[in-house]
Write a protein that binds this ligand. Structure first.
Ligand code: TXA
Ligand code: MG
Length: 344
């Protein structure tokens, strides 16, 4: 198959992409979080092609993307007031809500659950594609299953060239981490995945938030969890990643004393001079957490290289968007963290 490349600015881009979605094809779409691998979310055969292209386990449900907040009503029932309040505050934006699903959505999209994840992305071209296709678009992150998510069209080309119908190039993703997921179907709202909408922002609207244990700890692959995707090995390069916590100086001393040829260091821009000779790669500035979230997956992809033995990584501290960056890095490291303050 020849993959069609469409620039988001080119005339007719949204029409062409929507036409492919309508006939059951696969189109990689940009969003403010990461690129998604999109198909008609109401067409079981089209959805099956997503799972096949990604190599995604069948028990891992997809997010349905809508062009406008009120469209959630066509795929969800018994929508609580909290969902309307969150949509008003943060949609379009990097927030996904889990709500009771209507029968119109095929079981393959929801992996047989009685709930569905819904999101209205903050990306004009993708909302235009959804609107023109006339259906909600099911889209997981466009990476091959288990690989770091795709934050540029080039990442998608690398994983899927010749295997999907089209790629819409909307430039690099602004947030760079997948959306925040909040489950509104239980007694209390539950954070299933942190992202660009922070726990603080959710609590401000909801007044309450439980953090699911899949966010804070490694989940056994056979466990029954609320967000099936959270139990799979994620975001990780092939080699082991170790997070080194502690002050800039103590961490550098620890890493420099353990560093061996073939290892790499993933650090903040400000720390590059501390790692001369250790092949450091900066993923953003510690002083601006948005650069860290935007740069993390591209860096993890660059480090996904069989010639690398081990990666020592530096992780931002604190809440807000840093909480989401910590979550992805900890997952990439399989929660392997050493505290340099205690090691020296
Ligand atoms: O930012 C994003 O959310 C991106 C872009 C493309 O929108 N999409 C994305 O999709 O990250 P994916 O498939 O990589 O991650 C979706 C996560 C998975 O962990 C999945 O298990 C969970 O959402 N999920 C989907 N439906 C669910 C449901 N009904 N209940 C609980 N978790 C659900
Ligand atoms: Mg994903």
């Amino acid at each position: 198959m020849q993959t069609l490349y469409l620039s988001a600015d080119a005339p007719g881009c949204a029409e062409t992409a929507a036409e492919i979605i309508r006939r059951g094809g696969l189109v990689a779409i940009p969003t403010e979080t990461v690129y998604g691998l999109g198909a008609n979310g109401l067409d079981e055969t089209a959805v099956a092609r997503i799972f096949e292209a990604k190599g995604r386990p069948q028990d891992n449900p997809l997010i349905l993307h809508v062009a406008a907040p009120e469209e959630m009503e066509s795929i969800c029932h018994d929508i609580p007031p909290a969902a309307y309040a969150l949509a008003k505050a943060y949609w379009p934006g990097p927030l996904t809500m889990v709500l009771p699903v209507k029968d119109i959505v095929p079981k393959r999209t929801t992996a047989g659950l009685d709930t569905v994840a819904v999101r209205c992305p903050d990306c004009a071209i993708t909302r235009a594609i959804i609107r023109l296709s006339g259906v909600p678009i099911a889209a997981p992150s466009a990476n091959l299953s288990g690989k770091p998510s795709t934050t540029t069209a080039e990442h998608v080309r690398h994983d899927h060239d010749g295997r999907i119908d089209a790629i819409v190039d909307g430039g690099p993703c602004r947030v760079g981490l997948e959306s925040t997921i909040v489950d509104l179907t239980a007694d209390r709202p539950r954070l299933l995945r942190p992202g660009g909408i922070t726990p603080e922002q959710l609590t401000k609207v909801l007044g309450d938030l439980v953090v699911d244990k899949a966010v804070t700890a490694q989940i056994d692959k056979d466990a029954v969890v609320r967000a099936p995707g959270m139990k799979y090995r994620h975001y990780a390069p092939q080699e082991p990643v170790v997070i080194v916590a502690g002050s800039r100086e103590k961490a550098a001393a620890y890493i420099r004393s353990h560093f061996e040829p073939g290892d790499r260091v993933l650090c903040f821009q400000e720390e590059l001079p501390l790692y001369a000779g250790c092949d450091p790669l900066a993923y953003g500035e510690e002083a601006d957490v948005n650069t860290l979230s935007a740069g993390l997956f591209a860096a993890l992809r660059e480090l996904d290289d069989p010639s690398i033995h081990k990666v020592y990584a530096r992780c931002p501290t604190g809440g807000g968007v840093a909480y989401a960056v910590q979550n992805r890095l900890k997952k990439a490291a399989a929660f392997h963290i050493v505290n340099a303050e205690e090691c020296l």
